[in-house]
Write a protein that binds this ligand. Sequence first.
Ligand SMILES: C[S@@+](CC[C@H](N)C(=O)[O-])C[C@H]1O[C@@H](n2cnc3c(N)ncnc32)[C@H](O)[C@@H]1O
Length: 317
Amino acid sequence: MPFTCRQSFLDDVIDGLSRSQKTLPCKYLYDDFGAQLFEQITALQEYYLTRTELALLAQYAQDIVAHLPTQATVIEPGCGSGQKVAYLLDNMPDVNGFIPLEISTEMLLYTQQRLRQRFAHVNIHPLHGDFTHGPTIKALVQQHGLNGSNNVVFFPGSTLGNFSPIHAIEVLHNLRTLCGHNGRVLIGIDLIKATPRLLAAYDDKEGVTAAFNRNLLTRIARELGAHLCLEHFRHEARFNSEQHRVEMHLVANQDTCISVRDQRFTLRAGESIHTENSHKYTLASFSSLIGNAGLTLVDSWCDSQGDFALCLVKSQR
Ligand SMILES: C[S@@+](CC[C@H](N)C(=O)[O-])C[C@H]1O[C@@H](n2cnc3c(N)ncnc32)[C@H](O)[C@@H]1O
């Protein structure tokens, strides 16, 4: 499969480390250990995102479901632990089925087991795949006969924020393909707020986010046989005020190098590898972004502090 293919991983690492601002695609943060670390992050005091979105779902799931097509197939790209979709499924007695799509096999297995126990009446079809990969999305639509149906795509966790606008539009196109003409997409977005709170959410005191970020180097060493010194890198969260995003970097503490196969990449002390973006939105900037992918905002639910929003979206035609 393209997303697990060692060759694609190698190509992406070599391409990313060859750039003047070294970078690595954030999907590689989620090997099985990375996905476990992310679950730990969601429980941290500083990481307000998950508990705020869960509270929104607990409060508004019934109302949200009233806006969704009946007898729908629910698809969750990047389902993680599947904790959030349970709020929707609880209120969808006539649901046609649930398709979790995940890059981490371990999370997929966990979600499947967890939800099969609780929703024995729901047809669950787990799929190991990459939601950024257009052919995977098209194959999913074909294999599950989703063409022309009224599907519900659930994309919580501010996962959309991991993509720069140009790539977010590609992901939104994939979500639009999955939902069909009359379907709906429910997207969780993190809203713009004071910088210290944002930075704390991506650089917690316990160092779990740092471990999550640095695990990418461990993975590169293990899976690609790369030579590098993990101790030469530290985690850093930065706020990019022009792009309205928190960035995660792996910063070299000293001059160092990473050797992958026959290629050697040098880093000067202070130079960084950019590993993740988390874009923050207003409802207006989000509406404008989805408009570029042929989608339009139907409704939204936001907490009283204005921290996070669940946005219901449909195809423009
Ligand atoms: C930010 S977490 C969100 C998890 C969950 N949806 C939630 O809201 O708590 C992103 C999840 O997407 C998965 N993931 C990341 N990139 C992916 C990709 N390109 N294709 C499929 N899954 C991906 C990760 O393994 C992780 O479980």
